[in-house]
Design a protein around this ligand. Structure first.
Ligand SMILES: NC(=O)c1ccc[n+]([C@@H]2O[C@H](COP(=O)([O-])OP(=O)(O)OC[C@H]3O[C@@H](n4cnc5c(N)ncnc54)[C@H](OP(=O)(O)O)[C@@H]3O)[C@@H](O)[C@H]2O)c1
Length: 248
């Protein structure tokens, strides 16, 4: 980050990784535009966080009106230094019961809304030269676990979007990277409690599944901060795994 006050748009800001990132950046003096569907959490965060925090209640399944996020909350007057795309939905079912409509919803939030949001972000009236885009993908985009058809496909598509955009957005010096975490301790992962308690139960399980254990959210938040900063100024188009030692 430069010495100038930075402004960031964060999706998935009401929970887990996005929320940890919002707290880290706000306490580092950044202006934030935070996106989620839970208005109560958004408003609480806007009150709690130091500095300017603009809450934006928006359902990212609505792909057609994403431009409103940029036009209706003052982003066009301030210009952003980064987009942090943490919104995501989990999905676990086998191919034999897959329906395209269920898969479509996962694709909307995990990939298509990111592409549309980045397309708008890239315009000169919304972002500064040399801004940075960080997407939270998943190590599941690289693995072949059964039951992950919708989730893994959505994250693999996200990876591909990141790589393509990194080549196109370089014209304005805008970098685009993805972080691919293993299991992170968040409300999303709590729903998979059984898997995570297995990881943490015994040393043997730990070394079989994710040897370094379940990842705290602030580790991912700090990685995001690095990718926003000048310290990563020559890093773009990268898919950065934070595997916790997991095989992939
Ligand atoms: N936790 C893990 O183990 C893990 C591992 C690898 C990758 N990831 C990825 O990391 C990202 C963050 O996950 P997390 O674990 O922090 O999840 P989380 O705690 O469940 O948070 C998900 C966030 O996404 C937002 N969101 C979901 N659907 C939305 C929609 N339709 N419109 C707007 N916002 C929506 C939620 O906001 P509202 O509830 O306010 O709508 C919430 O802020 C996701 O992309 C996930 O796939 C997580």
């Amino acid at each position: 980050m430069n010495t100038k006050k930075q402004a960031y748009l964060i999706t998935g800001a009401t929970s887990g990784i996005g929320k940890a990132c919002a707290y880290l950046l706000a306490h580092n003096g950044c202006d934030l535009y935070i996106v989620g569907r839970n208005r109560e959490i958004l408003d609480t965060m806007a009150t709690e966080l130091p500095g300017k925090t603009v809450p934006i209640c928006y359902d990212l399944n609505d792909l057609e009106n994403i431009k409103e996020i940029f036009d209706d909350y003052g982003i066009n007057k301030e210009k952003l230094d980064g987009l942090i795309y943490c919104a995501g939905v989990d999905a676990a079912w086998p191919v034999k019961v897959n329906s395209i409509s269920a898969m479509q919803e996962v694709m909307n939030v995990n990939c298509f809304a990111f592409v549309e949001m980045s397309r708008i972000f890239y315009k000169k009236q919304y972002s500064n030269q040399n801004a940075s885009i960080v997407a939270i993908s998943s190590i599941a985009s690289l693995t072949n676990e059964p039951g992950m058809i919708a989730y893994s496909v959505s994250k693999a598509a996200l990876n591909s979007a990141v790589k393509t955009m990194s080549k196109e957005f370089i014209r304005r010096g805008i970098r685009v990277n993805a972080i691919l975490p293993g299991a992170v301790k968040t409300p999303m992962s709590e729903k998979k409690e059984k898997v995570f308690s297995e990881i943490e139960k015994t040393e043997e399980n730990k070394s079989n599944i994710q040897p370094l254990g379940v990842i705290p959210t602030d580790i991912i938040a700090r990685q995001i901060k690095f990718l926003l900063s000048d310290d990563s100024g020559y890093t773009t188009g990268e898919l950065i795994t934070v595997s916790g030692g997991r095989n992939y």
